[in-house]
Design a protein around this ligand. Structure first.
Ligand code: ADP
Ligand code: MG
Length: 267
């Protein structure tokens, strides 16, 4: 097992990098879905990812979170290997315990909320800290109440998901991810399933998180959020990064015709 510093030095990863991808590839059978993705997300920054359906955005997030194994390239989260190029040999041992630990440090928020439907909001928040982190029930509950307050839902601790609106469920899902003290939070179109009037309350929570210094990778079609909150904007198309840049600049003046075309549909 190599140390974080050794890993970073070996691949020229900036020391403040939280997520680092170079030439990341992913195939499903003969279909190559990611064709060499490069990305560096410095600690405390927000990267927003846009792109048409099928361009590989979710697959890339799933690779970062060990839900998919990368087929090539180098992928590190906080200096720890998630993926590796076969040319470099096997750089880490994958076993279930290690995977479990790594996933615990990487929060993920899905389009469809994915709350445990038979558990209250509070129960959703305390489950993983108790089961995975070994936190005491009392401590987990205290933390859960504080997090529910943070997302504006302290009155809903005992509500079941079906008793909550979509926006409220997604705020519980964000609080649940935070309950694990993740190093980085991944969002996969977190507002795409919401009625338009509920989108804002979720974006407010996400903006608050960004301002508090959380490192975030956000796949979203909310261009206003990307412009105001994102530190970098990535446009993916056909499994490659077609364009990247400072969000305001890129949205105002996209260089690639494909970026321009895409933005004209979502702006
Ligand atoms: P996006 O999130 O940008 O819409 P995805 O990452 O979901 O794109 O999908 C990219 C491509 O990969 C699509 O063509 C999709 O059909 C394919 N794909 C995703 N997951 C799998 C899988 N488990 N098996 C086979 N193909 C997949
Ligand atoms: Mg997707």
């Amino acid at each position: 097992m190599t140390s974080k510093a050794e890993n970073q030095a070996r691949f020229g990863v900036p020391v403040d990098s939280m997520v680092f991808a170079r030439g990341v590839r992913k195939s499903f059978g003969n279909a190559e879905v990611l064709k060499g993705i490069d990305l560096n997300v410095p600690t405390g920054s927000v990267a927003c990812v846009i792109g048409p359906s099928g361009s590989g955005k979710s697959t890339f997030l799933r690779c970062i979170n060990h839900l998919e194994e990368v087929s090539g390239g180098v992928l590190l989260v906080d200096g720890e290997f998630v993926g590796y190029d076969l040319r470099h040999g096997k750089l880490y041992e994958v076993n279930n315990k290690l995977l479990c630990q790594r996933r615990a440090d990487i929060g993920m928020v899905f389009q469809s909320f994915n709350l445990f439907s038979h558990m209250t909001a509070l129960e959703n928040l305390i489950e993983a800290p108790i089961m995975v982190r070994g936190m005491s029930k009392g401590e987990a509950k205290d933390k859960a109440h504080a997090l529910l307050e943070r997302v504006g839902l302290s009155a809903k601790a005992d509500a079941y998901p079906r008793q909550l609106s979509g926006g409220q469920q997604q705020r519980v899902a964000i609080a649940r991810a935070l309950a694990m003290n993740p190093k980085v939070l991944l969002f996969d179109e977190p507002t795409s399933a919401l009625d338009p009037e509920l989108v804002g309350e979720v974006l407010v929570v996400m903006r608050d998180l960004a301002e508090s210094g959380m490192t975030m990778v956000v796949v979203t079609h909310e261009i206003g959020f990307a412009r105001e909150v994102g530190d970098q904007l990535i446009f993916m198309d056909g499994g490659v990064v077609e364009e990247r840049g400072e969000p305001r600049e890129m949205i105002a003046n996209p260089q690639s015709p494909r970026t321009r075309e895409f933005l004209s549909h979502v702006l």
